[in-house]
Design a protein around this ligand. Structure first.
Ligand SMILES: Cc1cc2nc3c(=O)[nH]c(=O)nc-3n(C[C@H](O)[C@H](O)[C@H](O)COP(=O)(O)O)c2cc1C
Ligand SMILES: [Mn+2]
Length: 486
């Protein structure tokens, strides 16, 4: 699978639009795709707006193109585009998608090293490798620069075979330098801060633009020392093909669209941002590490995908739903918790996680919350956790809100843990809290309570639960006769 095969699939389903009229990389492309998603978000919340392939970009050669919002789909079913990429039913329900993903991620496939690849159609070394030769989009009015948003950042742990992939945005600072948004606490960031810079070393890095299984694996949050390339192989059911880089020991995807080979410089910081953040607001700058470009390789007609971060719906929002959910679920299952679904619902995005679970004994939700917030990965972003009954779908926002409203005792079921947030981008943080990274984790027990060892508290009323099988079968027969549509 490469990006183009995925685009073909979208096209067959009517979910890719091609625009040949010239558009500007500066705000114009971003505004068009944002408006499209907003309109379709209302008219078709399941399927959403088509991805847009802008085929003529102002100031750039023919063939250097932009792909807007490949993963957005509809805001209610944000795993849909990944389902399409992996050949699943586009309308697959969330729990089935989650089951499929867990299964695949538990069957990793090692990558294959091949010679050459489409990504070597053009090779530019040193001075010739100019970041502004490519149409990186300027996404929100007020941003500090042009960005790569849907990328795969590969780094190597210096003393083991661990090659870590992640998706962090990259700001194009000048023709040969980019700024990497290395949030402390994230794996790639910590490999740099702790394993390279602290030991006086620069860190080699490759930044690739590639296809959905690689984007998915890069956003997925496995424990340390897991190579995301193996997980991408598991998702595809076939090895990812990697090829030698020009300037370092980290292999790059052979069929990538575009690769920046660079080195992250020790002891250098530049102001990253402002940027329209995933949390939905534009923020000021952070001092972040800087990479010096050593080479750029790409297809002769590179396609650069982007997402307009922070607005809804977009192509960033699907990642926590589709990929942090299985990461969270896998972590809970590994620790023996009988959770039935873990995840994020599409509107609360990265902020609030939802865990659906059986409640085998009174007080059990506390064990779930303690385990959840102690994970080494995922929860760093998340300040609030909602624990719901086993039959609730975390992506079904109406039901999650109903559970919060009807099952959370205002005093007893709101719990606070004095733990610092990793990411203090939420707008409720004061500048002081942001600087010192102090905060609190809160969890809501929205499960039906057990009042003692055996007795369950009242359950929700609905048709399934309040009538006996006998009554229901009588009614079903009647309904067939009298209540049929049409
Ligand atoms: C579109 C997109 C942009 C992201 N940008 C960043 C970012 O700039 N910094 C960051 O720390 N995480 C970012 N993330 C989240 C990370 O990709 C995610 O936490 C991943 O698991 C990190 O991998 P790592 O722990 O191996 O470094 C982004 C995710 C997506 C989908
Ligand atoms: Mn990782």
């Amino acid at each position: 699978m490469d990006l183009r095969e995925f685009m073909e699939k979208l096209k067959e389903l009517g979910e890719l639009k091609e625009i040949d009229k010239e558009v500007h990389w500066r705000l114009e492309a971003a505004a068009i795709s944002t408006l499209a998603l907003r309109s379709y978000g209302v008219s078709d919340p399941d399927r959403g707006a088509p991805a847009i392939h802008f085929r003529k970009i102002k100031g750039y050669p023919d063939g250097y193109t932009l792909l807007a919002e490949p993963y957005a789909g509809g805001w209610k079913k944000p795993w849909r585009r990944f389902a399409i990429a992996f050949g699943l039913d586009p309308n697959i329900p969330f729990r089935e998608f989650l089951g499929w993903a867990l299964n695949r991620l538990q069957s990793p496939v090692k990558p294959l090293i091949v010679a050459g690849g489409e990504v070597k159609e053009e090779i530019r070394m040193g001075e010739e490798a100019n970041l502004f030769d490519y149409p990186w989009p300027y996404l929100h009015q007020g941003d500090g620069g042009r960005y790569a948003t849907l990328d795969i950042i590969a780094v190597k742990h210096p003393t083991t075979d661990w090659i870590n992939w992640s998706n962090y945005r990259v700001q194009m600072y000048d023709s040969h330098r980019c700024i990497l948004n290395f949030t402390p606490g994230q794996q790639t960031a910590d490999i740099f801060y702790r394993e390279y810079e602290a030991k006086g070393l620069n860190m080699p890095v490759n930044i690739s633009i590639a296809e959905p299984s690689l984007n998915a694996a890069a956003a997925f949050a496995p424990p340390p020392f897991v190579n995301e390339a193996d997980l991408a192989g598991g998702l595809r059911g076939a090895p990812v093909e990697l090829t030698k880089a020009e300037t370092n020991e980290i292999p790059v995807p052979a069929d990538a669209e575009h690769v920046i080979e660079a080195e992250v410089l020790k002891d250098v910081r530049l102001p990253e941002g402002p940027f329209g953040e995933f949390i939905g607001y534009i923020h000021g700058t952070h001092m972040r590490p800087v990479a010096r470009v050593l080479a750029i390789t790409h297809r002769s007609d590179p396609i650069i995908p982007y997402t307009v971060e922070g607005v809804k719906p977009n192509s960033s929002q699907p990642f926590p739903v589709a990929w942090f959910s299985p990461a969270l679920m896998a972590g809970m299952l590994m620790r023996g918790y009988p959770v039935t679904a873990a995840g994020f619902h599409p509107v609360f995005t990265w902020s609030n996680a939802v865990v659906a679970t059986k409640v085998p004994y009174p007080g059990y939700p506390r064990d779930v919350a303690d385990a959840y917030f102690a994970f080494p990965v995922v929860p760093g972003h998340i300040d609030t956790l909602t624990i719901v009954d086993e039959d609730v779908d975390p992506t079904d926002i109406e039901t999650v809100l109903e559970e919060l409203a009807l099952k959370v005792h205002p005093k007893r079921d709101v719990h606070r843990l004095p733990m610092g947030p990793r990411v203090t981008l939420n707008v409720y943080y004061t500048p002081e809290e942001r600087k010192r990274r102090v905060g609190t984790k809160t969890w809501f027990d929205a499960t039906s309570k057990r009042w003692d060892e055996k007795e369950m508290g009242p359950r929700r009323l609905n048709y399934e639960k309040i009538y006996s099988e006998e009554i229901k079968s009588k009614v079903d027969a009647l309904a067939d006769e009298y209540l049929k549509e049409g």
